[in-house]
Design a protein around this ligand. Structure first.
Ligand SMILES: Nc1ncnc2c1ncn2[C@@H]1O[C@H](COP(=O)(O)OP(=O)(O)OP(=O)(O)O)[C@@H](O)[C@H]1O
Length: 359
C-alpha cells in the first residue's frame, strides 16, 4: 500500500468554499471583467468522490486552482482540511499543497525522465530523504500496476500508462485529496475504464477524497458519489449521483444527463413511433422506491387497457435503478384516461412531445 489508509469521518467537509467569487480583470481596455466564479458555496466531504461537470468556461478549472491555492478568490473563503488557504503565507501553503495531489488531462509528466524519475520528483521537492525513495516509489508502482516499467521513458508509454504514472506521482507525498482535471478525456473507452477503476481504488482503499472535473457523464456515473453541475460560474445543481441522473432539476443538468439517458423518445424517433402506433403515448419514469412496472401493468390490465412498450430502458447508477419507459396505450378512451390518471399517482407520467408540439 503506497499511502496510509485513513478512516475519514464520513460527511465532514474536507474542502469548503464559502461565498467564493473570482473575477478576472478585463484583458483589454474595451473588455469587461470576467466572473469565473460567482458566489459559490460548496462542501466536499471527507472520503467522497465529487464530480464537477460543466461546459467549457463554466469555472471548473478556476475552482480547482482555488482549492490548491494556485489562485486566490476575489471574495469569500476557501478552507482545506480546516485551514483557510486564501489567507495563508506561501510557506504555509506548501504544507497544504502536500496534502493535495493533482492529475491532468494531458498527464503533465516530464517527457525526458523515466517513470521512476517522474515519481521521485515530488518526493525530492517535499524533502523526503533519498534513501526513502526506493521503497516508496516501488510501492506506488505496484499500486498502479507499473512495477515492470520503472525505468521506461515516458514517451514509450501508452496514454493509460502515462495517467497511471500521473496518479502514482500525485500519491507520492501521501495526500488526503486528489484533484483530477479531466483525467480520462485523452483516453479511449477501455483505457478510461481502467483508469477509473484505479481511481476507485485510490478512493476506497486509501480513503483519498477525489474532486473530479469532467464533461463526460459516463465518468461521473462510474466514479462519483455526488455531482456538482456548474454553469456561468455558479453551482446550479448539487446532489447524489443517483438523484442527479434519475431526476435532474436544472436545464444544464438535464442536458448533461440526456447525453447518456433519454427521458423519452427524441423527436424523430417519436414521429416514427407515432406512424406505427396509434395508441396514446405516455412516458413513465420509475425510480427506486417508487411503484414498479408490475404495479403499473396491473393498473392497465385491470382497466382493460392494452399497453405496448415502444421506447426506453432501465439504468443502473451505483447499484440503484431507474428508467423512463414509453408506452403506447390502446383501449376505450375513458379507460385509458382513468388508467393514466391513476398511474400518474404512482409514478411520474409525461406525454412525449415533438418540438412543434412543445413550442
Ligand atoms: N487567467 C484568466 N484571465 C482571464 N479570464 C480567465 C482566466 N482564467 C479563466 N478565465 C475565464 O474564466 C472563465 C472560467 O474559466 P475556467 O477555465 O475555470 O472554465 P472551465 O469550466 O474549466 O472551462 P474548460 O472546460 O474549457 O477548461 C472563462 O470565461 C475563462 O475565459
Amino acid at each position: 500500500m503506497p499511502t496510509t489508509p485513513r478512516a475519514p469521518a464520513p460527511g465532514d467537509p474536507l474542502i469548503r468554499l464559502a461565498d467564493v467569487s473570482r473575477v478576472f480583470p478585463a484583458r483589454s481596455r474595451q473588455g469587461s471583467p470576467v466572473t469565473a466564479l460567482d458566489h459559490v458555496d460548496l462542501d466536499v466531504r471527507a472520503g467522497e468522490v465529487l464530480g464537477v461537470v460543466g461546459y467549457s468556461g463554466a469555472g471548473k478549472s478556476t475552482l480547482l486552482r482555488l482549492v490548491n491555492a494556485l489562485d486566490r478568490p476575489t471574495a469569500g473563503t476557501v478552507t482545506v482540511a480546516g485551514r483557510e488557504v486564501s489567507s495563508l503565507s506561501e510557506r504555509a501553503l506548501r504544507e497544504v499543497r502536500r496534502d493535495i495531489g493533482m492529475i491532468f488531462q494531458q498527464f503533465n509528466l516530464f517527457a525526458s525522465r523515466t517513470v521512476w524519475g517522474n515519481i521521485a520528483y515530488p518526493l525530492t521537492v517535499a524533502g523526503v530523504p533519498k534513501d526513502q525513495h526506493r521503497e516508496r516509489i516501488s510501492e506506488l508502482l505496484h499500486f498502479v500496476g507499473l512495477a515492470d516499467k520503472a525505468h521506461t521513458h515516458i514517451e514509450q508509454l501508452s496514454g493509460g500508462q502515462k495517467q497511471r504514472v500521473g496518479i502514482a506521482r500525485a500519491l507520492a507525498t501521501d495526500p488526503r485529496i486528489l484533484l483530477a482535471d479531466e483525467p480520462t478525456s485523452a483516453l479511449d473507452p477501455q483505457t478510461t475504464g481502467e483508469v477509473l477503476a484505479l481511481l476507485r481504488r485510490v478512493n476506497e482503499e486509501l480513503g483519498i477524497t477525489i474532486v473530479l472535473i469532467t464533461h463526460e457523464m459516463e465518468v461521473v456515473r462510474t466514479l462519483a458519489d455526488r455531482v456538482a453541475v456548474m454553469e456561468a460560474g455558479r453551482v446550479v445543481e448539487l446532489g447524489d449521483t443517483y438523484d442527479v441522473f434519475a431526476a435532474p432539476q436544472h436545464p444544464a443538468t438535464q442536458r448533461f444527463v440526456s447525453t447518456l439517458v433519454e427521458k423519452g423518445p427524441p423527436p424523430r424517433a417519436l414521429q416514427r413511433l407515432r406512424e406505427r402506433h396509434d395508441g396514446r403515448m405516455v412516458t413513465l419514469s420509475f425510480r427506486d422506491g417508487d411503484a414498479t412496472p408490475a404495479d403499473v401493468f396491473g393498473a392497465f390490465i385491470e382497466r382493460g387497457v392494452t399497453f405496448e412498450l415502444v421506447h426506453g430502458g432501465v439504468e443502473d447508477v451505483g447499484g440503484r435503478t431507474f428508467g423512463h419507459l414509453t408506452f403506447s396505450l390502446t383501449g376505450d378512451d375513458a379507460a385509458v384516461a382513468d388508467a393514466t390518471a391513476y398511474v400518474a399517482t404512482l409514478v411520474e407520467l409525461t406525454t412525449p412531445a415533438s418540438p412543434r408540439e412543445a413550442s
